[in-house]
Design a protein around this ligand. Structure first.
Ligand SMILES: Nc1ncnc2c1ncn2[C@@H]1O[C@H](COP(=O)(O)OP(=O)(O)OP(=O)(O)O)[C@@H](O)[C@H]1O
Ligand SMILES: [Mg+2]
Length: 317
């Protein structure tokens, strides 16, 4: 069964701004699903529709086989959502907030679980402070705890690690992995593509309100990924529009400080020489040259970049 089936979901803000256009996605039960997209792609809009804080313009969603818009109460008990925006009553403590939240789902107090959540999200020593006194990273972790307090079957997290330091981020992911291994479906958005690649088994990329691709991570990195040429220079390059035009066939981009160019898929005749010569004409000789399989960030940048060049092509031509 699918944990979520999203069918032709549309959202237009203020009758003018199309944030989602016929978005259809299937999130398999038990999956660890990354919803990726550049700023403004529509990720939070989709998640806020799931959380019932934004009203969709069209479409339907089913959660574990139940219609979300018709069976809200049933669905809410089985779903935990961490929104991107943080808003708490500033005068309650984390422990109080977690207790109330369970009550709101009609569940009895479960101090053992609340304590465990506080512990796992490293909030125990802050459990009695009022939320106004918590740092941004602590509040973000409290949001995660709040979404888990009723032990939902499906957990949806909108940038759960934004503003969380490296060490805690790792532990938060470990916790998510454990929940997933125990059968919880997890859908998250993040801009940390390396982490998404490591954690998630499914991935959807949306851009400008439309789904560009949705498949298993393995299929995306296996079938869609090409080989890439990485050129390191003494300094990080800035790509001018002239450079972009000169290298257009190779989807030029900067990935982790290196110039990255897409070659043909592995196994096909390589166009390495052509890409390398063009790069030299633009920037001179690089310090190092490597060829490798595209990673998630490369695929992401290429696919969302392709969209942009299509659009630019459309407006100029
Ligand atoms: N309340 C609103 N009223 C009008 N337009 C909105 C509203 N909320 C979002 N938008 C617009 O809808 C589009 C999608 O925004 P959304 O917040 O869903 O993107 P996102 O993918 O979550 O981006 P980010 O990665 O920056 O969080 C954007 O163009 C945004 O400006
Ligand atoms: Mg967002």
């Amino acid at each position: 069964m699918n944990a979520l089936e999203i069918h032709k979901l549309g959202k237009m803000y203020n009758n003018t701004k199309v944030a989602l256009l016929d978005v259809s996605l299937e999130v398999p039960e038990g999956s660890f699903f990354a919803l990726l997209g550049p700023n403004g792609a529509g990720k939070s809009t989709l998640i806020n529709i799931l959380a019932d804080t934004v009203r969709p313009s069209s479409g339907s969603i089913s959660l574990l086989g139940h219609e979300l818009f018709l069976e809200r109460a049933w669905c809410k008990r089985r779903m935990g959502v961490v929104p991107q925006e943080i808003a708490f009553d500033p005068f309650f403590s984390p422990r109080e907030i977690l207790r109330f939240s369970r009550g709101m789902y009609g569940q009895k107090n479960d101090d053992t679980w609340v304590d465990e959540l506080l512990e796992r999200l490293e909030l125990t020593e802050h459990a009695h402070k009022i939320t106004r006194q918590l740092s941004g990273g602590m509040r973000r972790r409290l949001l995660v705890a709040q979404a888990l307090v009723h032990r939902p079957k499906v957990v949806i997290l909108d940038e759960p690690t934004a503003g969380v330091d490296v060490e805690l981020r790792k532990r938060l992911w470990d916790f998510m992995r454990e929940l997933n291994a125990a059968g919880t479906t997890i859908l998250l958005t993040t801009h940390y593509l390396e982490e998404a690649e490591e954690l998630c088994d499914h991935v959807a990329i949306i851009d400008q309100g439309k789904v560009i691709t949705s498949q298993s991570m393995q299929a995306l990195l296996g079938d869609v990924a090409s080989s890439s040429l990485y050129l390191r220079y003494a300094h990080t390059l800035q790509l001018s529009s002239q450079d972009r035009a000169a290298l257009a066939g190779f989807y030029p981009r900067i990935n982790q400080g290196q110039l990255c160019l897409t070659l043909n898929k592995l196994g096909e005749t390589s166009n390495f020489d052509q890409a390398y010569q063009l790069a030299r004409q633009c920037f001179g000789s690089p310090l190092t040259v490597t060829v490798g399989q595209e990673d998630l960030e490369d695929v992401f940048l290429r696919l969302t970049g392709e969209k942009k060049s299509e659009k630019q092509g459309g407006t100029t031509g």
